[in-house]
Design a protein around this ligand. Structure first.
Ligand code: HEM
Length: 485
């Protein structure tokens, strides 16, 4: 393994051979349609990228990406795929790419979904509002640090109490609903200081409202797998869904932020110069899309990865968690104690490597430049859209040994060097989110929170087992010797 592969930068003088970008977009309408059917149906996302990478013998190539024909007339599906660590890292080099309106590609969900505000994820750092809103988000997270941990742990405990009851009663419990309720309540409390249970409708159904709102925005671009083909192609991937289907939900969530998050909204207005309307829409987006959406994808993967393991990982994690808590005399994990849990942390990093929760990242060439993969340089024209499929990039064999295997210790000791190639946050794990870049504002919070979750499981339980093929908890054995009373 060569650990010191340079990350691509147009500034590097390259000795790599120059190649034209392989691949073509095919005939008008038919090319995009074929690629769309391959992507969603005939091949599936992973094979779609992998087979083209093999055909072209290149990690950089041209391809169409959905959504396409017939009703996405204004959407240009033509992309340049970037599928190794070197070329993918170009997506973070804002001197050569811009990130305006490209969160999910050339397609952009209607602004009605965000109350007619172009929220922070759609803004390029050259736009004045990006610094205002990102600065506000970074500040929001910093100020919420204290409530973050207590609110998270109390909601995690409530979630496990519910799961325990069901396992005792029925022998198993699906963790998705209790987990989403936990994430929703914890984020409302820590981000806006709100208690959603005081508003009955949002308290009971807030997480479902967010699920619906997320689904309608993302359906044209994701493999839903909820109805058989070709119905999925016809009904879910052929047109954008209108906002009015969820406008009632959005209004209720908006009112929750407006009323219960007044202090936070006022700070956005006074210190960051945002209008009240833009502040609320941004808070709702960060809470609902980035935070709720991100955790709702990542935590089930993390929990089932632990619960299905058959290599003895749970025993090792339990030993580490209990040892650190005991030495520190703590009955519950904290940000400080999880910093001492090296295996817990490395396990979280490895779960993020193999399952990056936001699989696709896009960026548009700001200028003509030379794009570098590990083995070649390619001429990219201003305006071309780059598309990175992160699950393949995170299994780049040039960077990661035994890349397909889950190796919980991978990022321990000397393995920490590899953190500069861990990209789940839209930037290297060694980077720092700022108003000048587009890295996830919660890069560190997400990792710490995931570590807290793992630590609290092994603080509470001697054994935690999940089914091999779904998100059901099948066994929970309470701890007999943890610090917990
Ligand atoms: C597992 C959870 C999370 C994941 C996987 C995640 C992932 C990401 C990714 C991939 C991006 C970049 C999107 C792009 O431009 O292509 C991003 C941006 C962002 N995330 Fe996160 N995120 C998570 C949680 C959070 C949380 C908890 C917050 C705040 C409370 C947050 C705030 C933001 C913000 C403000 C941006 C926009 C950054 C900018 O435009 O400069 N994220 N996130």
């Amino acid at each position: 393994m060569s650990m010191m592969w340079p990350l691509a930068s147009s500034a590097l003088t390259s000795s790599l051979p120059t190649r034209p970008i392989p691949g073509s977009y095919g005939l008008p309408l038919l090319g995009p349609l074929k690629d769309r059917l391959d992507y969603f149906w005939f091949q599936g996302t992973e094979t779609f990228f992998r087979s083209r990478m093999n055909t072209h013998k290149s990690t950089v190539f041209r391809t169409n990406m959905p959504p396409t024909f017939p009703f996405f007339i204004g959407v240009d599906p033509r992309m340049v795929a970037v599928l190794d660590c070197a070329s993918f890292s170009t997506l973070f080099d804002l001197s050569v790419v811009e990130k305006k309106n490209v969160l999910v590609g050339d397609f952009m969900p209607s602004l009605s979904f965000t109350g007619d505000t172009r929220v922070v994820v759609y803004l390029d750092p050259t736009e004045r509002d990006h610094a205002r809103v990102k600065g506000f988000c970074l500040d929001l997270l910093k100020r919420s640090a204290k409530t973050w941990v207590s609110s998270f742990l109390s909601n995690v405990d409530a979630m496990f109490d519910a799961i325990e009851l069901e396992v005792a009663k029925d022998g198993s419990s699906n963790l998705l609903v209790p987990l989403q309720k936990c994430i929703f309540a914890f984020l409302c409390k820590s981000i806006i200081g709100a208690d959603p249970s005081s508003s009955p409708d949002v308290g009971d159904n807030g997480y479902v409202m967010l699920d619906r709102w997320l689904a309608l925005q993302l359906l044209p671009t994701v493999n839903a797998g909820i109805i058989p083909q070709p119905l999925e192609e016809i009904l879910l991937h052929s047109f954008a869904y209108p906002f009015f289907l969820v406008s009632g939900d959005y209004r209720k969530l908006y009112e929750l932020v407006e009323k219960q998050g007044r202090e936070v909204v006022e700070r956005a207005e006074a210190e960051y110069g945002l209008s009240q309307h833009d502040a609320i829409n941004n808070i709702l987006f960060v809470l609902g899309f980035n935070a709720f959406g991100g955790f709702s994808v990542f935590f089930p993967v993390l929990l089932t990865t632990l619960g299905r393991d058959k290599t003895g990982l749970r025993g090792k994690l339990k030993e580490e968690v209990r040892r650190v808590l005991k030495t520190r005399g703590e009955s519950k994990p904290s940000f400080e104690s999880v910093r001492e849990m090296e295996l817990v942390r490395s396990t979280v990093y490895e779960a993020l490597r193999l399952n990056p929760p936001v699989p696709l990242q896009y960026a548009r060439a700001r200028t003509d430049f030379m794009l570098q993969s590990h083995d070649a340089a390619f001429e990219v024209r201003k305006g071309e859209l780059l598309c990175g499929y992160q699950p393949l990039v995170m299994r780049d064999p040039v960077v990661f040994d035994d890349p397909e295997t889950f190796v919980p210790e991978r990022f321990m000791g000397g393995g920490k060097e590899l953190l500069r190639y861990l990209f789940w946050s839209n930037g290297p794990q060694t980077g720092t989110p700022s108003v000048e870049n587009k890295q996830c504002a919660a890069k560190d919070y997400v990792v710490e929170t995931a570590c807290l979750l793992v630590a609290q499981i092994f603080n509470r339980y001697d054994e935690f087992v999940c089914a091999d093929d779904n998100t059901t908890v099948t066994k929970l054995e309470k701890a007999t010797d943890s610090g917990k009373e």
